[in-house]
Write a protein of this length. Structure first.
Length: 431
């Protein structure tokens, strides 16, 4: 079938009872969910997958592979299950109870990390490593089984014209608090002796996760009594094939999502490149990290708000341009000073690829189909999320940094062309 253009200047239809309830509770729901996101971010800063948990694993092994698996397990666990939960989530009239139950499984493992840290002198390193990776898998899958229901709930209680702004504000707030608490975690790890240094960080995270869960539990979600739910439950893959065969625009968007992981694979090696090629000191590394964090915080808020007004496709185009110039500058960098704009552009690209992609994903389909779109967007991206940094690392080891950066900006250019010429704004076009 052809595409139908939806014009924004059409007369507004009367609000349904559900839409009235959503708008009446909008300020309350924004407040409690921003609180949830901010405190959740603060908790992650004390037990981050990029610093504290890799350091915890490094205290037990020198294996770079095992240490590198820490963030990979988290990312894969969060992305992979979302398609498999889509059919169940699509049949729910209320998402909140499912979210509150499943999110326990992404928070409780941090108590396990604290216990392992305290017991490590008694159970030994090998047992400690096995238990730690079991907890990492539990935590990652807990986040993945929560994600689809949580995204569907947020997309339901936040009106379409405000979703990007909300996701951006929550992401920016989480980034800000992660940065602040990560500094506190660094001081704790340095000040306290093992095993109390890691155990204390993990226990603080557990307390903050509980406070975050309490804020989340205050969400006011009205029941959708008008939602049509088929009597016969279909298999998730049947729903997925229906969407993929019908919505070609979404297929191009999926290709962009997958390409984006390879277009940004050079990002992981900027710090190592600056260290090896330009003899970067730790103070400069701190300033560069701050540049990345600040740019992501500002971009989250700004690009979410702008995306609600001009379309999140445009923000993805800006993100592709930022990824292209980031890799191109890294390829041509003549001094350490070049890395400040490189990291600034990296922050913009990261926000577009993650925050704006989520906002754009939920614009596809209707309320019934949204969980399927969310699941496809995340689960089918998961393999690329894991494979891209591994390929990037292999290329760096085999041929150096230049080929990795070259591949990144070539694929960023391909991503940009697909977005400009093939992907349509799902708010304006429906299959």
């Amino acid at each position: 079938m052809g595409k139908i253009s939806i014009r924004y200047n059409q007369p507004m239809l009367p609000l349904t009872t559900l839409e009235k309830d959503i708008r009446e509770n909008l300020k309350h729901n924004i407040t409690v969910n921003l609180l949830d996101g901010g405190i959740f971010g603060m908790a992650l800063g004390f037990a981050s997958f990029s610093a504290v948990l890799p350091l915890f694993v490094a205290s037990m092994t020198n294996s770079a592979t095992l240490i590198g698996l820490v963030p990979a397990i988290h990312s894969a666990g969060w992305l992979f299950p979302q398609l498999f939960t889509a059919s169940h989530v699509s049949r729910l009239r209320k998402y909140k109870s499912t979210v509150l139950m499943t999110t326990i499984h992404e928070r409780a493992p941090f108590l396990g990390f604290a216990i392992v840290a305290l017991l490590l002198p008694f159970i030994g390193i090998n047992t400690g490593l096995v238990l730690t990776f079991c907890l990492l898998i539990w935590q990652g899958l807990g986040g993945g089984f929560t994600a689809n229901a949580w995204t569907s709930m947020i997309s339901k209680i936040i009106p379409p014209e405000s979703r990007g702004t909300f996701f951006g504000m929550q992401g920016g707030l989480a980034n800000l608090f992660i940065s602040m608490s990560a500094i506190g975690a660094g001081y704790l790890l340095d000040y306290l002796d093992a095993p109390w240094n890691f155990a204390t960080c993990f226990l603080i995270a557990v307390v903050l996760f509980f406070i975050s869960w309490f804020a989340l539990s205050k969400t006011r979600e009205p029941e959708d009594t008008e939602k049509f739910i088929p009597a016969e439950k279909t298999h998730f893959w049947v729903d997925a094939k229906r969407v993929l065969s019908r919505d070609k625009n979404f297929n191009w968007f999926l290709l962009v999502r997958i390409l984006s992981q390879f277009a940004t694979m050079g990002f992981s090696f900027y710090i190592i490149y600056a260290l090896r090629e330009f003899k970067m000191d730790t103070i400069t590394a701190g300033y560069l990290t701050a540049t990345l964090t600040i740019s992501q915080t500002v971009a989250n808020i700004g690009m979410g708000w702008i995306g609600d007004r001009v379309g999140h496709r445009m923000m993805l185009i800006i993100g592709a341009v930022a990824a292209f110039f980031s890799a191109a500058l890294a390829f041509n960098a003549a001094s350490i000073t070049w890395f400040y704009p490189i990291f600034l552009l990296t922050g913009v690209a990261n926000v577009a690829i993650w925050t704006n992609s989520i906002s754009m994903t939920v614009d596809f389909g209707n309320e019934n189909e949204r969980p399927i779109y969310i699941g496809l967007s995340q689960t089918l991206t998961a393999p690329a999320t894991i494979i891209a940094p591994l390929i990037g690392g292999w290329i760096v080891d085999a041929a150096g940094f230049t080929p990795t950066f070259t591949i990144s900006f070539v694929l960023a250019l391909g991503m940009l062309c697909i977005l400009i010429f093939l992907v349509k704004d799902p708010r304006k076009f429906r299959p």
